[in-house]
Design a protein around this ligand. Structure first.
Ligand code: 2AL
Length: 174
């Protein structure tokens, strides 16, 4: 949708849209309440600023909505569609890479008690596996910080693919 449409959505619809980017309730409410935005860049800047102070509880709230890397995503909603698109590189993962990610996911969940989260868009399966293996060695605080930063990257990418800059009307073009 274009920015003007996003600015004009009724609050419940706007909240539903923003919650797909990251299901962090306070963040969703703040972004909806601060409309209208003058540009997508202004929206993204505010979203990023608020995401920079996400807590571990915020991370846990949003993580409930993120499927494991390599899991088959079967839902029909906007979140499932976004996850499928972000993880599309996994479809061509070598069997041994997919198996190593599945084993790494299990080790991660055992170690940290939550799903391994990574911004998948733009990463190959091998890159995600390397990150998973690296992050398994993090201490709890470092890992919560890294996972939260990944959640913010995913949110900002989704924002950028959902809300497009308004087209310039004919009267404004030379
Ligand atoms: C995901 C997902 O669904 N999209 C993405 O970028 N990362 N999931 C995950 N567990 O990292």
């Amino acid at each position: 949708m274009q920015l003007a449409e996003f600015n004009a959505l009724d609050p419940a619809d706007a909240a539903q849209t923003v919650a797909v980017w990251a299901a962090v309730p306070g963040w969703v409410d703040a972004l909806v309440a601060a409309r209208p935005y003058a540009s997508v860049a202004a929206l993204a800047a505010y979203a990023g600023e608020l995401a920079a102070v996400w807590s571990r509880a915020d991370l846990d709230a949003a993580l409930a909505h993120h499927p494991r890397i390599g899991a088959r995503v079967t839902g029909t909603g906007a979140e499932a569609a976004a996850s499928r698109s972000e993880q599309s590189a996994m479809a061509s993962a070598a069997d041994e890479v997919a198996a190593a990610i599945a084993a790494g996911n299990a080790a991660y969940e055992e170690r940290f008690g939550r799903v391994f989260l990574i911004r998948a868009a733009g990463r190959t399966p091998e890159e995600m596996l390397a990150e998973l293996e690296r992050r398994l060695h993090n201490d709890d605080t470092t890992e919560a910080r890294e996972a939260t930063a990944q959640l913010a990257e995913i949110a900002l990418l989704r924002l950028g693919t959902t809300v497009l800059e308004d087209e310039i009307g004919p009267e404004e073009q030379e």
